[in-house]
Structure formats: C-alpha cells, structure tokens
Design a protein around this ligand. Structure first.
Ligand SMILES: [Zn+2]
Length: 111
C-alpha cells in the first residue's frame, strides 16, 4: 500500500484529501498569503458536501490566527465571475493607493 492509499483509506472518493469522518470531501489545491500582516491564508480547494446529488464546488477558506477557519462554497460556473471581480477590485485598489501616494508626495507631511 502506498502513502497515497493510506491517506485516502478513510474516504471512498478518490480525489478527496480528507481522512476520518468529514462532512465535505475536499482536495486542497492552493494556499495563498493574504499579504497583510496577520491576515492569514486563503485556501483554494475543490469540495463536495457529503450528501446525495451534491455537486463539486470551489471552496475558499480564510484561516487567521484569531478566528476559526471560515469556508465558502461556490458553484463552479460562477467562479470565473468572482475571479474577474477580484481582479477588478485589486486593480482599483492599486489605482486608489497609487493616487493617495502621489497626493502624499505633493504634500509631504510637515514636521
Ligand atoms: Zn472525502
């Protein structure tokens, strides 16, 4: 028996990384730093509730040092719209941050 077989021994869903009793089948795909000190990690998984007729979804998890991990399931067809909205928001945030920095440069704080 290989290590992979051992890991999946508890779940009959071939792609599932979870072991033991679990309410959601889950395959961990990526873990991305939120980029702000203490903001924690954003996890990206594929996940499927352990219920009849549940579809495989995309799951985002937010793990911080101060709160229990929060997870959100999204239907796969909607994920590209969510991803596009995130990219748009990031672009706007950079523009706003750049405008603020340029304004600060024009009016440096007086000591
Ligand atoms: Zn499973």
């Amino acid at each position: 028996m290989t290590a992979a077989d051992d890991r999946n021994a508890d779940c009959q869903v071939k792609w599932c990384d979870e072991t033991g009793s679990h309410a959601v089948h889950r395959k961990y795909l990526a873990s991305v730093n939120g980029g702000i000190r203490g903001s924690g990690l954003v996890g990206v998984n594929v996940a499927q509730r352990v219920q009849p007729h549940s579809s495989v979804c995309v799951e985002l998890t937010i793990t911080t040092p101060w709160a229990s991990t929060a997870g959100y399931l999204f239907a796969a067809p909607y994920v590209p719209d969510i991803a596009a909205a995130l990219v748009d928001a990031a672009s706007r945030a950079r523009d706003l941050d750049g405008a603020r920095r340029r304004k600060d440069d024009q009016h440096p704080p007086t000591a």
